[in-house]
Design a protein around this ligand. Structure first.
Ligand code: FAD
Length: 216
């Protein structure tokens, strides 16, 4: 571990030595718990030319892996898998403009894309969080990706008060690819909306991090 940085109360950015690993934007790596028995996938948030690997981890109370990762310190060692993945934000940029939509740490693969050489600016980038302090590097995302923000649990300057799914009528329409990452409910709602707009499923690219718990 080369660096640890907090974003708000529950999101921690971990930087790890890269060790010459090759990866593509959208790749994940499995990160292991303390005893090395349990692992979870985490999306790389680093650009492909960056010196370090970088991850954004949400601390999930009672979780097997994320509380361990969120309590790491520089100099600690964490067991990881090789990179893997199928989600490829911006991969069709040469054919069509594209849109990014993220909730929470679902912004990680979009950082990986935007931080990589030759990245193309998205036609729109919507990023939603519960509280403004959870937003990771919003100024950089606004400058580099034209990001717009939604914060659901408080009023925040310059952010829509609510969910990014409130803003679907502001999405660019036409010949676009749409990349959705984060909570399943956001991904499902945006997908349904795009389908009503006759966007083919082949242009809706989805990476689901979290399934919202089903209530009684
Ligand atoms: C492809 C992929 C990429 C991912 N990338 C990232 C990433 O970059 N950053 C990141 O932080 N996570 C990412 N995740 C999620 C991550 O893999 C783990 O699922 C997460 O960190 C929880 O693991 P845990 O072992 O701490 O918790 P677990 O032991 O798996 O579960 C902990 C508790 O959380 C509860 N829970 C599950 N979902 C929710 C929810 N939505 N709200 C509240 N409670 C819930 C569970 O019921 C359980 O009680 C990714 C997941 C996938 C599939």
């Amino acid at each position: 571990m080369t660096a640890v940085k907090s974003h708000g109360a529950d999101i921690v950015e971990l930087s790890l030595e890269r060790l010459d690993l090759a990866f593509e934007p959208g790749d994940c790596m499995a990160l292991y718990s303390e005893e090395g028995r349990v692992s979870r996938p985490y999306s790389l948030a680093a650009g492909t030319a960056d010196a370090d690997l970088r991850f954004l981890i949400r601390r999930m109370a009672g979780g097997d892996v994320s509380p361990f990762l969120c309590s790491r310190k520089p100099g600690d060692v964490v067991r990881v898998s090789p990179p893997f993945g199928w989600f490829r934000p911006g991969a069709q940029a040469a054919q069509r403009p594209f849109v990014f939509m993220a909730t929470g740490t679902g912004i990680a693969p979009f950082f990986a894309y935007l931080r990589s050489p030759d990245a193309v600016r998205p036609a729109a980038l919507w990023y939603g969080c519960r509280v403004a302090s959870d937003l990771v590097d919003p100024e950089w995302l606004r400058d580099r990706g034209g990001a717009r923000f939604a914060v659901s649990r408080e009023m925040a300057a310059g952010c829509h008060h609510g969910r990014i799914t409130d803003c679907l009528d502001q999405l660019p329409q036409g010949e676009f690819d749409y990349y959705l990452c984060g909570l399943d409910s956001m991904i499902d709602e945006v997908t349904r909306h795009l389908q009503t707009q006759r966007v083919p499923l082949t242009r809706i690219h989805r990476e689901c991090f979290f399934n919202a718990p089903i209530g009684p």
